[in-house]
Design a protein around this ligand. Structure first.
Ligand code: LIP
Length: 220
């Protein structure tokens, strides 16, 4: 529905959508104006009526995110950002926390939904590597809302191996506009690399990265 309505107004634009890729469409990020759509992020939560799922939408041009929107329709929370114009929750400005000390940080270490043995072992290694080094660990089941929580200062960092471009594109801009950082665990952010860490500061992200198991995954 979203893609159909947007196409009526922008017929030449490109689209990448979780559901479109699931039915065989290409996941090809070019320099063209591209809308990246995840109609339901946190699907497992949605199925269980756990009110932590959302719609995530990003608009990219030359592979840079220019607009990011994450909307939780259950709790009526709308996170938005435009490039160089700040980040907002329901039109009120948001900002990342000022925490830079890992031992005082609330870190989101998402489990994911893949039950592949290597993936599950990697998740457990990361949880056990971090458990006694952080103030608290969380996993709430929506990549986009996890990023929104870091942007709004409710959590200090979130990382995951196995996410897709539609899970993180909108959040990447919202985090940046809220003053935080979003990185690949092996360098600058790469939206297609299937791994990402975001944090209130680079200083905090760089304390977490060396503790993580670098799971190798096929790119989007
Ligand atoms: C899911 C995420 C979840 C993450 C999974 C998956 P879906 O998205 O939001 O937090 O752990 O890797 O990407 O499938 O619900 O859109």
């Amino acid at each position: 529905m979203l893609i159909g309505r947007i196409k009526e107004n922008f017929p030449s634009h490109m689209f990448i959508g979780e559901e479109s890729v699931a039915v065989g469409e290409k996941c090809d990020l070019t320099n063209d104006p591209t809308w990246i759509v995840d109609p339901v992020d946190g699907t497992m939560n949605f199925v269980h009526s756990f009110p932590h799922s959302c719609i995530a939408l990003a608009v990219l041009y030359h592979k840079d995110v220019h607009i990011g929107i994450i909307y939780n329709p259950i709790l009526e929370q709308m996170y938005t950002a435009k490039c160089n114009q700040g980040a907002f929750l329901n039109d009120k400005p948001i900002r990342v926390s000022e925490e830079t000390d890992l031992s005082k940080s609330l870190v989101i270490a998402e489990f994911g939904t893949n039950r592949d043995t290597q993936k599950m072992e990697s998740v457990l290694k990361n949880v056990s590597a971090l458990m006694n080094k952080v103030h608290g660990l969380r996993a709430m089941g929506s990549a986009a809302l996890n990023m929104a929580s870091v942007a709004a200062g409710g959590a200090d960092s979130y990382f995951e191996f196995g996410i897709h471009v539609w899970d993180i594109a909108a959040g990447a801009l919202i985090i940046k506009e809220a003053g935080g950082v979003c990185l690949d665990t092996e360098g600058p952010l790469d939206l297609m690399s299937r791994r990402m860490i975001c944090a209130s500061s680079e200083k905090l992200a760089l304390q977490i990265i060396p503790l993580l198991d670098q799971l190798k995954l096929e790119r989007d």
